[in-house]
Design a protein around this ligand. Structure first.
Ligand code: HEM
Length: 433
């Protein structure tokens, strides 16, 4: 049975490899959700880095777009927000013609009202400044003991000797708990956050909602819930949670409920899927590279470096996109005003010109934080230290408890060109230390 699954997987990967190398370059399209789900997107990017690093795809399910695939070029685009704007959104929305009839285009991937990730200066900078204190070092130091206690409780409740889904019982639980702490969200209802996040980031039929109508209903519930929390907090003394900060911040307290909700969804998604998929990715990678697992267990001081290496190797967000504000010559190609430009972090992080032996997972790299997974420039991830903190703490707690976490079969990966993650990963913990 396991052999059949493995050979089916290899067949799929071979198929994608042929498509990546046999499609004429002029029409090559690297944006296939099913290739990402099959973990078979790599050859598209290897070819583009080598043959056409600033590449134009004239048509696809996401329309026409440029692909930037080399590390240094991604840095150049990411740090030039005057030419490469975020104001038209940071995803790659599907074309209207490929959406099912019950979908409205504006709700396909991006919130109707933009959050600050989808803004340019000066608005972006003002709103970012309002939420930054919640993830500043002082606040993180305050949160650390609670994250540790909650991480310990999650690990202590895991079954020993029986298979279980690591994604559900650990990755989702840890990141949802942290998010509930950030928002000061009613703790016993925290799984609502997981549900809303999944409903927002997965296509209907793939994740927890079956139709676009169901997704609309889920978002309406989510919005009503957060508006209620806003109303409670705006009338109370300012506190250190995110909702209170937005409700009292001089630059955000007058915002519309649409704008508030857009920033809430940004934080729900930003704080949830990415860290969750890194945690699952770390368990998976340490199984695929058992020598690194031994190294980690022999030297727990490597945990922070292992966390950074996982964030690079996993690249939880495969890309971010921008829109050109003017005609612009870049690496010998002419990008036109209004063109969509996709920075494929997933490719830049495997660029052999920037990172030595990039496909290898090496937890003691000399510069482990040298990667593109958090982006660069003015939009660089505001929660990056919080993500690293959560992952470091849970691994410190894991090493105290379990000598082994065995991945039992290939994980089920996300069907997405944006969220690079895991839907399910069966593991077994044979015994406690
Ligand atoms: C491993 C975990 C994470 C990864 C890989 C990640 C990745 C990213 C990336 C690539 C961006 C840049 C977007 C762009 O350039 O357009 C970003 C921005 C952002 N992230 Fe994260 N993120 C992670 C964790 C978090 C956490 C835990 C939070 C919540 C507290 C968060 C909140 C945000 C916010 C609010 C922004 C927007 C920043 C801005 O536009 O100025 N992220 N993230």
């Amino acid at each position: 049975m396991a052999d059949t699954a493995a050979s089916f997987r290899e067949e799929r990967r071979a198929l994608w490899r042929r498509r990546a190398y046999e499609t004429p370059l002029e029409v090559l399209n690297p944006a296939w959700a099913s290739a990402f789900r099959d973990d078979a997107h790599w050859p598209f990017f290897a070819r583009l880095r080598a043959e056409d690093p600033v590449h134009w795809t004239p048509d696809s399910n996401y329309g026409a777009f440029w692909s930037i695939t080399r590390y240094d070029d991604i840095m150049a685009v990411d740090t030039n927000h005057q030419v490469f704007s975020s104001a038209q959104g940071i995803g790659l929305p599907p074309k209207a013609s490929v959406l099912p009839p019950d979908a409205k285009l504006e709700e396909s991937t991006e919130a109707a009202a933009p959050s600050f990730i989808g803004m340019d200066p000066p608005l972006h900078d003002i709103q970012r400044k309002t939420v930054s204190p919640v993830v500043a070092p002082a606040n993180l130091a305050n949160m650390a003991p609670q994250i540790r206690e909650r991480a310990g409780a999650i690990l202590d409740s895991l079954p020993i000797g029986d298979p279980f889904d690591w994604v559900d019982l650990v990755s989702k639980e840890l990141t949802t708990m942290t998010l509930a702490t950030l928002f000061d969200f009613p703790f016993e209802e925290r799984r609502k956050l997981t549900f809303w996040s999944d409903a927002m980031t997965t296509a209907p039929g793939v994740g927890p909602v079956a139709t676009y109508a169901e997704r609309r209903a889920a978002l309406a519930d989510c919005k009503a819930y957060f508006v209620r929390l806003w109303n409670e907090r705006v009338n109370a003394e300012p506190r250190g949670d995110l909702i209170s900060m937005l409700a009292h911040g001089p630059q955000t307290r007058a915002c519309s409920m649409e704008e508030f909700f857009a920033n809430v969804t940004l934080l729900i998604i930003g704080g949830n899927d990415t860290t969750r998929n890194t945690l699952s990715g770390s368990v998976y990678a340490l199984n695929v590279f058992p020598d690194q697992n031994l190294k980690l267990r022999a030297e727990p001081a490597l945990i922070p470096a292992m966390v950074s290496e996982t964030i690079r190797w996993q690249t939880p967000l495969a890309h971010m996109s921008r829109t050109a504000t003017q005609d612009y010559d870049f690496q010998g190609r002419r990008i036109r005003e209004g063109d969509r430009v996709v920075m494929w972090y997933v490719s830049g992080n495997r660029d052999e010109a920037a990172i030595e032996d990039p496909d290898a997972y090496l937890i003691d790299r000399p510069r482990p934080r040298q990667h593109l997974s958090f982006g660069y420039g003015i939009h660089r991830c505001v929660g990056n230290r919080l993500a690293e903190l959560q992952l470091t703490i849970i691994w410190e707690e894991i090493l105290k408890r379990f000598p082994e976490i065995r991945v039992l079969e290939e994980p089920r990966r996300s069907y997405s060109i944006f969220i690079k993650g895991y839907e399910e990963m069966k593991v077994l913990i044979p015994r406690r230390i």
